[in-house]
Ligand binder design. Structure first.
Ligand code: ADP
Ligand code: MG
Length: 289
């Protein structure tokens, strides 16, 4: 039978907008030593906007944006939405797309009106020469912005830069976790510099960046060197990590896959729910043991 105090605890948590899906989760959360967060959509709003388009010689702004947006219109990635919105705002018409391919954690590619277009991380477009962009990219990434690159017919055409907003509650939540003696971590598929810049602003202890979706679970397991890990995430890509974590916490604004894989679900997108969940688990377990 479930002890009364567990029932009281889960009820109290529900009032605070935190759903414990199984009663063991109250105890498991009390024992967590590390709280690891996904970046995009969890610590940040997950609704980036295009801020800069840095062109290579011989390429024109509207031509590049139209080609790239045509491909990204087939993608559901937040970066894709930012690029498509910018093209719409510029009133550009998008060409016909064939052979669309999505490469998880790396980028997308397709043919647009017979021209080959690839967009994604530097790793995704690895064989091209990025030296002309290096100074701009370092500066923008150090500001916490995310650069992706576009290749058109095999030539590097542009760096496309998007910026996401840190959620208003993220910094206070990280500070509060440190104040109760927990270690914090961030796991992101985004590039190293961008992830480090965001983590620095939030004061996060451990950063793991450029993590492919398939490697999120291994990255999470490695964080167990610090003790039991609570993982907070929102995306389809986070579902395996949420299932693997000692305690998986899904953000309520997240995908169904994330919510179904989690032990705890927060109502809405506010990360203060993580603190409420911890407070209730600690108070409840104190009454039992
Ligand atoms: P995260 O959600 O942690 O930011 P993802 O694994 O979704 O990471 O993406 C990692 C990286 O892959 C992005 O930062 C970007 O460089 C590249 N990428 C993924 N999808 C796209 C896309 N549709 N367009 C451009 N770049 C993409
Ligand atoms: Mg996410």
């Amino acid at each position: 039978a479930v002890p009364t105090s567990i029932m009281v605890g889960t009820g109290r948590a529900a009032e605070l907008g935190v759903l414990f899906r199984k009663s063991e989760a109250l105890q498991q959360l009390r024992d967590a030593k590390v709280v690891a967060f996904d970046k995009t959509g969890t610590l940040t709003e997950g609704k980036p906007a295009l801020t800069d388009l840095v062109l290579a010689d011989g390429f024109a702004h509207d031509d590049v944006l139209a080609l790239v947006a045509a491909v990204e219109a087939k993608s559901e990635h937040p970066i894709a939405s930012a690029i498509v919105a910018a093209a719409e705002q510029a009133g550009l018409s998008l060409g016909a797309v064939t052979d669309f391919q999505s490469h998880a954690g790396n980028g997308v590619s397709a043919s647009v009106d017979g021209r080959s277009v690839s967009i994604g991380s530097q790793r995704h477009l690895g064989q091209l020469d990025f030296s002309g962009f290096a100074a701009d990219i370092d500066r923008l990434a150090n500001e916490g912005k995310t650069p992706v690159f576009a290749a058109i017919d095999g030539k590097l055409a542009a760096a496309i830069v998007v910026a996401d907003t840190i959620k208003p509650s993220s910094k206070a939540v990280i500070d509060a976790l440190h104040a109760i003696g927990l270690k914090t971590a961030m796991i992101s598929g985004d590039n190293q510099r961008t992830a480090q810049a965001i983590a620095r602003r939030l004061g996060i202890d451990e950063v793991r960046a450029e993590v492919l979706p398939a490697d999120k679970v291994a990255t999470l397991k490695a964080l167990r060197q610090f003790g039991p890990v609570a993982y907070v995430g929102d995306g389809i890509n986070d579902a395996p990590a949420l299932a693997e974590a000692d305690i998986g916490i899904a953000v309520g604004t997240g995908t169904d896959a994330a919510i179904e894989s989690a032990d705890v679900v927060l109502l809405g997108g506010d990360l203060k729910g993580v603190l409420n969940a911890l407070t209730v688990s600690r108070a409840t377990m104190k009454n039992i043991w």
